[in-house]
Design a protein around this ligand. Structure first.
Ligand SMILES: CC(C)(COP(=O)(O)OP(=O)(O)OC[C@H]1O[C@@H](n2cnc3c(N)ncnc32)[C@H](O)[C@@H]1OP(=O)(O)O)[C@@H](O)C(=O)NCCC(=O)NCCS
Length: 159
């Protein structure tokens, strides 16, 4: 892919059940341990905030965020490997931050593998900080790996 993208060619829209076959294709290419189709159906059924990013009218990525009263948790954020590193992941993350602000969310959380340098750099650049680790959270090809827990505070409460 060209490193130059036109923002006008990016379109972020709600996910539907009809997107799930495209999503599974991306998921299987992007992760060693992909989510199943059932998990995506369950997320939609549960009403989680679920979005598709299209680039040039092609489904290139997606994200899912669980919103509770004053916190939110990004459960998945993924861009097809052929379209990574051209700004799409950042656009989708910005979209989630805007949504969280619109819902008056205080804090937004997510987990990442400590070995997922690209994702961690994206999150740090967007104002997330590490707040802890979950031991042996993720499977790996040779065992288990910790999760880095990251959070970003959106609203500063009045003291
Ligand atoms: C992590 C992911 C969502 C980032 O999306 P992306 O579209 O590739 O990232 P972007 O092009 O928007 O870049 C955003 C930031 O990521 C970092 N980044 C992107 N590509 C990078 C690379 N090749 N090397 C290092 N950092 C990189 C940079 O900080 C970049 O910001 P900058 O351009 O202002 O420096 C995407 O790589 C992905 O889907 N990976 C596989 C699934 C995954 O691991 N999801 C995250 C689970 S926690």
């Amino acid at each position: 892919m060209s490193a130059v993208i036109k923002e006008s060619d990016i379109f972020i829209r709600p996910m539907s059940n009809d997107d799930i076959s495209s999503i599974i294709n991306i998921e299987n290419h992007a992760y060693d341990f992909p989510w199943s189709q059932t998990i995506f159906h369950d997320c939609l059924h549960a009403g989680y905030s679920s979005w598709i990013i299209e680039y040039d009218e092609i489904v290139t990525g997606y994200g899912i965020m669980q919103i509770s009263s004053d916190e939110s948790h990004i459960l998945n954020l993924c861009v097809h490997p052929d379209y990574q590193s051209i700004g799409l992941g950042k656009q989708l993350l910005k979209h989630f931050l805007n949504l969280a602000e619109a819902h008056n969310i205080n804090r937004i959380f997510l987990e990442a593998r400590p070995t997922n340098f690209k994702a961690i750099k994206l999150y740090y650049n967007m104002g997330f900080n590490e707040i802890g680790r979950r031991r042996n959270y993720y499977p790996t090809k040779i065992g288990r790996e910790d999760a880095v827990v990251l959070a970003k505070t959106l609203l500063i409460e009045d003291s």
